[in-house]
Ligand binder design. Sequence first.
Ligand SMILES: Nc1ncnc2c1ncn2[C@@H]1O[C@H](COP(=O)(O)OP(=O)(O)OP(=O)(O)O)[C@@H](O)[C@H]1O
Ligand SMILES: [Mg+2]
Length: 335
Amino acid sequence: MSAHTAHQELGEVVLQVKDLRQLYGRGKRAFHAVDGVSFTVFRGETLGLVGESGCGKSTTARAVLGIRPPTAGSVTLGGAELTTLRGRALREARSSMQLVFQDPYNSVNPRWTVRQVVAEPLRLARWTSSRARTRVDELLDLVGLDPARFGDRSARQLSGGQAQRVGIARALTTDPELLVCDEAVSALDVSVQAQILNLLDHLKRELSLTTLFISHDLGVVRHVSDRVAVMYKGRIVETGESDQIFENPQHHYTSLLLHSVLEVGVEPGSATRRPIEVQTPQGDPAGCLFAPRCPGARDICRTTEPELTPISPSHAAACHFPTGVVDTTRRSTSQ
Ligand SMILES: Nc1ncnc2c1ncn2[C@@H]1O[C@H](COP(=O)(O)OP(=O)(O)OP(=O)(O)O)[C@@H](O)[C@H]1O
Ligand SMILES: [Mg+2]
């Protein structure tokens, strides 16, 4: 399928984020943790948002979900602007977006039973308890937990993977328009990660879920994403279909990120994973923020900031000198 038809088929916009900014701190210490981020999530797709620790992924998620309204920019869900909503209107809009947390233990009350945890959003929405119970058991089935076996257990008695299944079931109770997964599998063992990613894949097909999937882990993002946005120091430096990003990265940062994963050679999310660098954006230096680390940087990169520029209809990079199109057919013909 050509990139063009793929894009046309993406169709209906669910989430649109435009020029999002989030300022943290005051005075000299103030910095933009998110600095002009724009992206779109279409119905039924999973958009992966990836980048090193501290690049602003969770800040973006919190702004999208209205947990911390952004300093500037626009977030629309189904065409409705969310950043100006307050009080009840905000609560209602929020119920159509659900977050799956990183740490399933912290996200559920350990004294509650599995059924209570999953039912909570329904209780808040004033469902009758018998109707809620039927729905909850359906959802437990859907996420691969036998309701008869797990329904009355307390969250404490669950493994990490089981607890994350409960977290996913809970997020799905209100039939959300948008699911936001923020490092949803990062705390899990690799084999359990794979099970949860497969579950998300299954749910996506079964329920046509629309998901913003956030992770620092490229391997994990690749597994679930239709399209990917790569973030660096509060900005999006490259967007494209998953294959374009992973087979043919155009921004030098994306390349570096990909290769460091390969070189380190450890399983995604393992404790021995070595981050390339953890940095806080500071001030507003001229030029490309990645230039100091970039193997391809030239003079202009230190003076003029590159804009996100299309390379093909579905692929864009913020780079003056993209790495160049790799002939991906070579590998297959030489084998
Ligand atoms: N409430 C806050 N006040 C001040 N600075 C913050 C706050 N929350 C986050 N930051 C800073 O903003 C930057 C972006 O943080 P954020 O949590 O969005 O990154 P992230 O990409 O989600 O990282 P990780 O992969 O570690 O989850 C970091 O430098 C972080 O230290
Ligand atoms: Mg985070």
